[in-house]
Design a protein around this ligand. Structure first.
Ligand code: NAD
Length: 496
């Protein structure tokens, strides 16, 4: 059996250096540079990719602008809907291959990688339905004389879609869906740490019949390619998912031509368990909320706030669950916790583990990098539970983006709401209780874009997702999503 037959994705990974998608064709980076993408489970290179620069951004934005004014502008909503569905079906046929590529590129266990692809596909197909539901209004006006007044929705234009590495296929599809549904064009910039599936999606887009120049992809460093895109005067909108710090740079860079922005950022999401909750379900839910994808999820339930009477019992259960989790290469079907994405991310998380211990938090499970023979070549941190954490500790305040749970006790509903909201951002939150009235009362008090009650990390394409405060603005999913990619024109026609 050849390697290509043995492992899905091998033909793509073992092929020549991946190039940039510009105007419907694959092209080398203008400066001819390539870089290696690294498998975080082994620290070894898995593929070579073009290292783009500002010159490539220039070419890609030009291609996107030309496509925006070309035949694509005359595609009907029904045609765009059919294209999106064809793109989704093409991706689905290659889902196994995409999962393996993502697992090798960013470390997620295969099951998690394929879950991300399924989530991406659900929203992509939701966007297909949205393509045929774009509508303007005909408000009854109060003007003297006879006027017909109506509004139309038009694509916002050329979009720069900048995505992180933690859920590469879903992040890409959540932006490509509304681009195609609205009739915009895009330059997609994947993260340096995990660019491969975005490039494979580019190949599949062409296979599905996406017209040339509608989707362009430029890989390369954020401070070069991302910065050039966000400052480019011919880009109309930036759809950004990433960190708060980079979002601030995006806002500054985009000021030159007042680009439309949507910002999907991080958080320090509280997961709140009351004493009347189903403790077993809450423990499982709390572990799932933080350890899925090694904690590298924007909505990770990283602060576990537990009502005092069950604090010891619940924390012990979560620690037991975390000790039983298997940490290893994502390619092994038994693995539940994959490696962190990069050595930089490993250093960052290990730094927080040290800070937690230094400030007096107690390690209930995990607590240090794995350095045995099986794990030393990769970037592995086991699921870690810190107990006796206080609100002022750095591990309770800052987004760690790793498999690190901080458990804190609380006494009353008012107190826990106030403490949950004491963090500037508000992306997600969880509530575990058998008391429905209390759950809904607290849901109303929490400053967060999503509240999960007796569940966590549940996502549906019909539901908007996004942040309050420093967790960003704009929404992905739901009917709001497409609006971010449309602008409104008001037409007044004098009839008499
Ligand atoms: P990051 O901000 O470092 O990078 C995100 C993207 O921005 C990458 O493609 C990067 O190359 C690019 N970039 C870097 N510098 C740039 C610049 N100056 N101008 C333009 N683009 C630039 O974030 P990350 O480390 O890749 O991802 C982790 C962060 O993303 C976490 O904070 C996480 O919570 C957040 N996130 C949020 C969501 C959400 O939906 N809210 C989803 C996933 C991740």
């Amino acid at each position: 059996m050849t390697t290509a037959e043995a492992r899905p994705g091998a033909a793509f990974l073992d092929g020549p250096a991946k190039q940039l998608l510009i105007g419907g064709s694959w092209q080398p980076a203008a400066l001819g540079k390539v870089v290696s993408s690294i498998d975080p489970a082994t620290g070894q290179p898995i593929a070579e990719i073009a290292d783009g620069a500002a010159e490539d951004v220039e070419r890609a934005v030009r291609a996107a602008r030309i496509a925006l004014g070309g035949p694509w502008s005359r595609w009907t909503p029904a045609e765009r809907m059919k294209l999106i569905l064809r793109f989704a079906d093409t991706i689905e046929r290659h889902a196994d291959e995409l999962s393996v590529i993502d697992t090798l590129d960013m470390g997620a266990p295969l099951a998690r990688a394929s879950g991300g692809i399924a989530a991406g596909l659900a929203r992509l197909r939701w966007s297909a339905a949205q393509a045929v539901s774009i509508r303007g209004e005909t408000p009854h006006n109060s003007l003297p004389g006879e006027f017909l007044t109506y509004t139309v929705k038009e694509p916002v234009g050329v979009v720069a879609a900048i995505i992180p590495w933690n859920s590469p296929v879903a992040s890409a599809l959540w932006k490509l869906g509304p681009v195609l549904a609205s009739g915009c064009t895009v330059v997609l910039k994947p993260a340096e740490e995990a660019p491969l599936t975005a490039l494979r999606l580019g190949e599949l887009a062409l296979e599905a019949g996406v017209p040339e120049g509608v989707i362009n992809i430029v890989t390369g460093p954020g401070e070069i390619v991302g910065a050039a895109l966000t400052a480019h005067p011919d880009v109309d909108k930036v759809a950004f998912t990433g960190s708060f710090e980079t979002a601030q740079a995006v806002i500054r860079a985009s000021a030159g031509n007042l680009k439309r922005l949507s910002l999907e950022l991080g958080g320090k999401s509280p997961n709140i368990v009351f004493a009347d909750a189903d403790v077993e379900a809450a423990a499982q839910g709390a572990a799932n909320a933080i350890f899925l994808n090694s904690g590298q999820i924007c909505s990770a339930g990283s602060r576990l706030l537990v009502e005092r009477p069950i604090y010891d019992e619940l924390v012990a259960q979560v620690a037991d669950l975390s000790r039983a989790m298997i940490t290893g290469s994502g390619l092994d079907p038994a693995t539940q916790i994959g490696p962190l994405v990069s050595s930089a991310q490993l250093d960052r998380v290990v730094g927080y583990l040290a800070a937690g211990r230094r400030q007096g938090a107690l390690v209930a499970s995990g607590g240090d990098r794995l350095t045995d023979a099986e794990h030393i070549g990769g970037y592995f941190v086991p699921p870690t539970v810190f107990r006796d954490v206080t609100d002022d500790m750095v591990i309770a305040r800052e987004e760690i983006f790793g498999p690190v749970l901080c458990a804190l006790p609380f006494e009353t509903l008012e107190e826990v709401a106030q403490r949950a909201n004491a963090i500037p951002g508000g992306l997600a939150s969880g509530i575990w209780t058998r008391d429905g009235a209390r759950a809904h009362r607290l849901a109303g008090m929490l400053r967060a874009g999503t509240v999960w009650i007796n569940c966590y990390q549940v996502m549906d394409a019909a539901m908007p997702f996004g942040g309050y405060g420093t967790s960003g603005y704009g929404r992905e999913g739901g009917i709001q999503h497409l609006e971010e990619y449309l602008q409104v024109k008001s037409v007044y026609a004098k009839l008499d």
